[in-house]
Design a protein around this ligand. Structure first.
Ligand code: TZP
Ligand code: MG
Length: 210
């Protein structure tokens, strides 16, 4: 079983063009990295594979320059096409066991936990890190199941050694408490993508996690 201390990233940006409110997602990503974001996921829910791949390749030019790992949401074809660091999947995507069987250890696999019962499955055992989805309910993603809260996070922490990434309405007022409750990393969309100054927003969030 992976040891959660092996996940060295504390501030994880989940980005899409839409979340950046008309600004260029590449610029927002670069500013976020300057502020202290350590790992980035490109999450585009409506693009075909070709367009998603083009956007991912452009983002990868930036993440590579700064040695920041790039994760692709949902679409394994895109993740493989751009030689991403990882793929993030949920319950309606290709299961981690299938990804591992087909592509071995090429991709780090993130897997969203929405039900406690998932912890006892081969999918969770196969994943490299787990998303606590959502830690708090959020307007950014409304089709969610369980709002875990800090207690839910603590419960999951007691049941697994996998790295835990908390996502959902995370901001500088709750980030430190989330780490204290057992998360290894916090992931945000709007706290950085929708901020007036993404670099400053990232810097302030990262400072909460020392
Ligand atoms: N998965 C669970 S909550 C969420 C995702 C992708 C959205 C988080 O967005 P925000 O704006 O950081 O609350
Ligand atoms: Mg998904």
């Amino acid at each position: 079983m992976a040891n959660h201390t092996m996940f060295p990233y504390k501030l994880y940006l989940v980005i899409s063009a839409e979340a950046c409110k008309g600004r260029n997602y590449l610029q927002v990503a670069e500013q976020a990295i300057a502020g202290g974001v350590e790992i980035i996921q490109l999450r585009e829910k409506t693009l075909d594979t070709e367009t998603f791949t083009e956007r991912a390749l452009r983002l990868k030019e930036i993440t590579e320059r700064y040695n920041v790992p790039l994760i692709i949401n949902d679409n394994v074809a895109v993740a493989n096409a751009v030689d991403a660091f990882g793929i993030h999947v949920g319950n309606s995507d290709m299961p981690p066991t299938e990804i591992r069987t087909k592509w071995g250890n090429q991709l780090q696999i993130g897997y969203s936990i929405e039900y406690l019962s998932q912890l006892d499955t081969a999918e969770t055992a196969t994943a490299d890190h787990l998303g606590i989805s959502p830690i708090f309910s959020t307007a950014t993603k409304t089709d969610t199941v369980t709002e875990w809260g800090l207690e839910g996070l603590q419960k999951i922490r007691s049941l697994t050694d996998k790295p835990l990434i908390a996502i959902g309405n995370v901001n500088k007022s709750n980030a430190a408490a989330i780490i204290q409750a057992g998360a290894d990393c916090i992931a945000v969309v709007s706290a950085i993508c929708a901020a007036d100054n993404p670099e400053k927003a990232a810097y302030e969030l990262r400072r909460c996690l020392l």
